[in-house]
Each structure stands twice: as structure tokens, then as C-alpha cells.
Design a protein around this ligand. Sequence first.
Ligand code: FMN
Length: 196
Amino acid sequence: MNKLTKLIGSGLLLTAAACSNPPADAGGSSPTDAQLFAGKKVLVAYYSHSGNTQAVAQQIARATGGQLFRIEAVQAYPSAYNRLVEQAQQEIQNGVLPELKTTVPDMAQYDVVFIGSPNWWGTYAPAVKSFLAQYDFSGKQLVPFFTHGGGGMQRCESDMHAQLPQAHFLQAATFPGRSGGADAAELAGWLNNLAQ
Ligand SMILES: Cc1cc2nc3c(=O)[nH]c(=O)nc-3n(C[C@H](O)[C@H](O)[C@H](O)COP(=O)(O)O)c2cc1C
């Protein structure tokens, strides 16, 4: 087991990921335990409704020394699951771009931007679509990651490429949605490949 795998699997990370009340990450700092992307400024931006994608984002930030940034819509989604699923479907079908609560203070400083989303109806969440529409990503490496409830990648990666056809994307990853985050070895394998 290499250092990165151990790091991702550490109890500390799992404890942080299991935290049910997510911290507001905008402007906060992430611990730098491994310099996977040494010399590069890394942002780990994510949207997460129920915490699974946030748990993976925290693992990635820990492994890369990246800055966490939580994407949040101004208008909260319904708490009743059926209504949430219905609203999400309508927004996706209609190409809605929800207004976001916060902006990345200085996007220009980042070389690598991880972008995380749950799989919603086979694609990424509308708030992530809004996020991607707001910034100039030229000259940056974009690294999508997703969590899912059994469907896997579906159109998540291809839809993101279609939204930003000029962007430089690295290989996306998808992980089964779990409160404890991604499998440590699986996540480390993906990150190690990206960093080579
Ligand atoms: C509105 C909605 C739509 C979803 N659609 C899908 C889907 O099409 N395919 C799938 O595999 N999972 C789907 N899921 C499950 C989520 O992708 C999964 O639970 C994910 O890990 C949630 O991430 P989060 O906790 O960061 O919000 C859906 C969940 C919601 C709430």
C-alpha cells in the first residue's frame, strides 16, 4: 500500500468525511499532506446535496493539498426526496442555471480544478453547470469526479465536455456514493495516474 493509499484511508479522513454538518469551505484552507500536484495550485470545487460528493472532495483536497470550495445554490432544494428528484429533473430538462451563493475569490491563481458532482438523472447537478458557466478555465486542467447511486458515469463526463468544448479535461472518475467517501485504493489509483 503506498503512502497516498494510506493517507486516503486514514481514520482522520473518514472521521472528517462522516461529519454530517458540512463546513462552509469557501475561503478555508485544506491540509497539505501529500504533494501529488507539487508546484501547482489546486482547487477542489464540489456540489453535494447529501454529503457523499463532499466526502470524496475532502479526500482529494487532502491528497493534493488543494483548496476546497463548496458550490451552493442560493435557493435550497426541497428536503422531501420525491420533490427533490422531480425538481432536479425539471431543471436538467430545461437547462436551468441556478444562482450560486458564493464565488471563488481568485480563480486565476489555480492550475488544476477538480469539479465534483453527484450524478443526477444521468448527468451532473445544475449548480455545477452554473459554476462551470461562470469562470474562464483556459490554461487550466479540469478534473471531473462524480458520485452515483448505481448508474456510474452515464452522461456526466460527456455532458461536461460538451458544456466546455475548449477546456483541457483530464480523466474523470466516478465513485459509488457513500458517506465515508471513495475506496482509498481506487481513489489513489486514479489520482496517481492523473499526476504522472
Ligand atoms: C435528484 C437525484 C437524482 C439522481 N439520479 C441518479 C442517477 O441518474 N443515477 C445514479 O446512479 N444516481 C442518481 N442519484 C443518486 C446520487 O447520485 C448519489 O446518491 C450521490 O452519491 C449523491 O451525492 P451527494 O451526497 O454528494 O449529494 C440521484 C440522486 C438525486 C438526489
